[in-house]
Design a protein around this ligand. Structure first.
Ligand code: PLP
Length: 287
């Protein structure tokens, strides 16, 4: 396995960064998770746009042009001979001193890791996930704006710990007003009487690229879709609930806080959207 590390291709054992890297010391940096389907870097432009926007927002200077970054992704895939899998692209503030000051970090670190991926079994897409709602609040647009795909995932990790303790596979986060925002690493959709609803991202959710792909599919195929705030009550009484993310794709939720959703397994619209999604993944991106 070859890993891109600051312009070099190194083996896993040699892929090491400084303990003074502020990505390590402070979670100061940004990342993207990207899928490769049949040699196609799915939604490559959307991921790179989000990366460069996140970088600009936190005044992180990515030492590669957009084109150089694209070339590095393609070359990393080529060297690993991977046609299906997952890319983790990380840009951290780079090595500095122990102080917080990013001005002491002269050069950002850029890392590209590609791997095989299998997070959920095909069975799980049919049975759906057991989930719980958690009290840890999603970051709101002050300190850690969810639009920035920051390396600082402490909240999401606390959420994961809480869902693990409840024996659930995933968690549903709320914001401080009690509106549903997203999962620990996925966006959420509910379906009631044929209407699909997802929370607006300003409530405190990442502008997920899979979320947008599903919105586009709904608009193209004529599904009724709304971006509207909703509460846990609406989730409990939904006919179907599903989560979307680069790794998870479109996965049904069968249970939330002990309430069985619909028939207790993936519903027909969720499965149809998963099918529609999988039919575009090896087309829409960088070949
Ligand atoms: N929400 C959070 C907090 C995430 O970390 C992710 C994963 O990147 C998502 C949502 C889903 O976003 P995407 O579809 O771009 O992978």
């Amino acid at each position: 396995q070859w890993i891109y590390l600051n312009g070099q291709y190194v083996t896993k054992e040699n892929a090491v960064v400084s303990v003074y890297d502020h990505g390590f010391l402070y979670g100061d940096g940004i990342f993207e998770g990207i899928r490769i389907y049949n040699g196609n870097i799915f939604k490559c432009k959307e991921h790179l746009d989000r990366l460069y926007d996140s970088a600009k927002s936190i005044m992180l200077n990515i030492p590669l042009t957009y084109q150089e970054m694209e070339d590095a992704l393609v070359e990393t895939l080529r060297r690993n001979e991977l046609r299906d899998g997952y890319i983790r692209l990380v840009v951290s503030r780079g090595a500095g001193n122990l102080g917080l000051d990013p001005n002491r970090c002269p050069k950002a670190s850029v890392i590209i890791i590609v791997e095989q991926l299998a997070i959920y079994s095909e069975e799980a897409y049919k049975t759906g996930l057991k989930t719980v709602s958690v009290s840890t609040k999603r970051n709101l647009p002050d300190a850690l704006n969810p639009k920035i795909k920051s390396l600082n995932y402490l909240n999401n990790i606390l959420v994961k710990i809480q869902s693990n303790l409840s024996g659930a596979g995933e968690a549903i986060m709320l914001n401080s007003q009690g509106y549903v925002t997203e999962g620990s690493g996925d966006n959420i959709f509910i379906i009631k009487n044929g209407v699909i609803t997802t929370p607006p991202c300003y409530l405190g959710a990442l502008e997920g690229i899979t979320r947008q792909a599903i919105i586009d599919i709904c608009n193209e195929k004529g599904y009724k879709l709304k971006e509207e705030p909703f509460s846990l009550h609406d989730v409990y009484i939904a006919d179907e609930v599903f989560l979307t993310g680069t790794a998870a794709e479109v996965i049904a939720v069968r249970e939330v806080d002990g309430r069985i959703i619909g028939e207790g397994h993936a519903g027909p619209i969720t499965l149809k959207l998963l099918e529609e999604f999988r039919s575009v993944v090896d087309k829409d991106g960088l070949k």
